[in-house]
Design a protein around this ligand. Structure first.
Ligand SMILES: *Cc1c(COP(=O)(O)O)cnc(C)c1O
Length: 359
């Protein structure tokens, strides 16, 4: 515990009845808890002025650097309520370490792992009545983020940085049960190049993905899949999820290119699948291997994973060149998904030591 966090309770928190009504149907990203956490950084003072206060709008100078040059990085994680009422997060140190890696790429100061975890714990604990019960895979989505808060239009790393944590109750990603997502292969846009920001969790990567996502939706697909920018040949990932290919012989392949964002769900699936006896290969995976593998029946399942959806089966792949049909099965996808969710909600033994108790 190195941050000295002062807590000023909200003068107008939502009533228990209002919270209950929101938690009955939380949706995603529209309702926010009563509080937010802020920490500031300057070269002279380091991280300071850590505080939890009422959730509300920020007042920013129009010259605030993030609004112009997008020096920003974020994380996404969830808090889960277990049957006994206790509240837990999933591998929060991994989010903390990833934010440090993103910070290094974005020329930010580093927030130490223990400070990150302490900050998330403090906000979740303050707003713990906002963590939904565990019926129907609800959770409290937690969004830590860091931005250039200095009012200065020169181009250089900001000398005033703000780290914040906000939280938003989230309903099940799939309402009517898990169903495969259809994908559009974009041949026009890429999400990351060599030496770029592909491995950092930063808003700019999302800004550049929006037009490709629009293209996907115009073609009647749920999500877009990106290829590498150099050869236009190797699968990278979706806008916010990592990919997995399951072969008939039990092998599983997940793309590794150096320009993907390495998900914590992705890393957890590698460990889980290994424990289930599958050999997992992290390597380049071409779009041709996808096409021919599904056509020959060698690829039996495809899935995508990330904090929001956990694990989701992938259906057909559409592109200008034609459609690759959905693989036949979703059996292993379902089992991996269930194992992960059971650990997160405390219904299965946490043999990897992934869960972190809050409060
Ligand atoms: C956050 C993110 C993921 C998934 O990471 P998780 O830690 O599993 O949630 C995958 N791809 C991109 C581009 C992301 O930003």
């Amino acid at each position: 515990m190195t941050l000295d966090i002062s807590i000023t309770p909200s003068a107008s928190p939502r009533t228990d009845a209002e919270v209950a009504e929101i938690l009955a149907n939380p949706g995603f990203g529209t309702h926010f808890t009563d509080h937010m956490l802020l920490v500031e950084w300057t070269p002279e003072q380091g991280w300071h002025n850590a505080r939890i206060e009422a959730y509300g709008p920020l007042s920013l100078d129009p010259a605030t650097a993030v609004l112009h040059y997008a020096q920003e990085t974020f994380e996404g994680m969830k808090a889960y309520r277990h049957e006994d009422g206790s509240v837990w997060t999933f591998r929060p140190e991994e989010n903390a370490k990833r934010m440090i890696r993103s910070s290094q790429r974005l020329a930010f100061p580093e927030l130490p792992v223990e400070d990150f975890v302490q900050a998330v714990d403090a906000l979740v604990d303050t707003d713990r009545r906002w963590v939904p019960d565990n019926a129907g895979e609800k959770s409290l989505y937690v969004r830590p983020f860091m931005f250039a808060s200095e009012a200065f239009l020169g181009v250089r790393p900001a000398q005033h940085v703000t780290f914040m944590v906000i939280a938003s109750p989230a309903g099940a990603y799939f309402k009517g049960g898990v169903k495969p997502v259809s994908l559009w292969l974009t041949e026009e846009y890429t999400r990351a190049g060599r030496g770029g920001m592909g491995a950092a969790k930063t808003g700019g990567n999302y800004a550049s993905s929006l037009v490709a996502q629009q293209e996907a939706m115009a073609h009647g697909c749920d999500q877009v899949v990106f290829l590498d920018s150099q050869e236009g040949k190797y699968v990278e990932e979706l806008g916010g999820m990592n990919m997995y290919y399951v072969f008939a012989d039990g092998r599983i392949v997940t793309p590794a290119t150096g320009t993907i964002l390495e998900g914590i769900t992705r890393a957890s699936v590698i460990e889980l699948a290994g424990k289930m006896g599958h050999q997992v290969e992290e390597r380049r995976f071409s779009i041709d291997e996808w096409r021919t593998g599904v056509e020959s029946g060698e690829i039996v399942e495809i899935f995508a994973c990330g904090t929001a959806a956990v694990v989701t089966p992938v259906g057909e792949l559409r592109s200008a060149a034609g459609t690759v049909p959905a693989p036949a099965s979703t059996e292993l996808t379902g089992r991996i998904r269930q194992s992960l969710v059971d650990i997160q909600y405390g219904r299965a033994e946490d043999s990897f030591g992934w869960m972190h108790r809050v409060g």
